[in-house]
Design a protein around this ligand. Structure first.
Ligand SMILES: [Zn+2]
Length: 231
């Protein structure tokens, strides 16, 4: 079995069997929250069981899992099973390179979106998934900050939120804040991706303590992060 971060390195894994006969798998690196491609050949029941263990770990680590079965016992060898990308906004077609998003100006080149100071004049034009989501008002992530502390420290919290967005967005143009709603004892940050709310939530937790928790719905490609502190 091959486990690979999409567009990135292979991830090793170790298998061992507990004394009572239970099998266990450990990944050699922490690849939480990334898209991962698993390529497996299923020749017998043990192979299938290993694959189930690995996909279970990846799902628990909030990975988007793309499964490729090279060989499936009992099926024709040229048949493939593909579990598709969970993010419904992510285009399944390969974009022409270079492509410029008319919404935000990001450029798609060498397989990823990046910022550019000099967009090529002959570039294709297609809207990126972050701009699509913003247009549809359909966030992938929400971070809800609640409690009395939010009112007494609103300026510092909002500054931290924007600062974390800036850092993330520099490297990942499609990880952005779509909207910030404010109410009494409450700030709700809606994002175009599922990475940013976690990053901001962790930064807020690090700076101001309080309670932080995450809920990820992989079927809906939706992450909800909640943070709360009363005083
Ligand atoms: Zn865009």
């Amino acid at each position: 079995m091959l486990i690979q971060v999409m567009g990135g390195p292979n991830v090793g894994y170790e298998e061992f069997t507990f004394p009572d006969g239970q099998q266990h798998v450990t990944l050699a690196a922490d690849v939480s929250w990334s898209d991962v491609v698993v390529t497996a050949s299923l020749c017998n029941a043990d192979d299938l069981f290993d694959l189930l263990l690995v996909t279970d770990i990846l799902h628990n680590n909030h990975n988007g899992v793309h499964l490729r079965v090279d060989y499936l016992l009992g099926a024709r060898m040229d048949r493939r099973i593909c579990e598709h990308i969970h993010d419904p906004y992510k285009t399944r077609l390969k974009l022409t390179e270079p492509t410029i998003c008319p919404g935000c100006g990001a450029m798609y080149q060498k397989g990823r979106w990046r910022w550019t100071a000099h967009p090529p004049v002959d570039a294709h034009k297609e809207m990126c998934q972050a701009c699509h989501r913003a247009m549809d008002k359909y966030p992938a992530g929400t971070l809800t900050l609640t409690g009395g502390f939010v009112d007494s420290h609103k300026t510092e919290i909002l500054h931290l939120v924007r600062n974390q967005e800036e850092l993330e967005k520099n490297e990942h143009p499609l990880h952005r804040i779509m909207e910030i709603e404010q109410g009494p004892g409450r700030i709700v940050v809606k994002t175009t991706d599922i990475h940013l709310p976690r990053r901001i939530g962790e930064a807020v937790h690090h700076a101001f303590h309080g309670d932080l928790d995450f809920h990820y719905e992989k079927e809906a490609y939706l992450l909800r992060v909640n943070w709360t502190r009363e005083s």
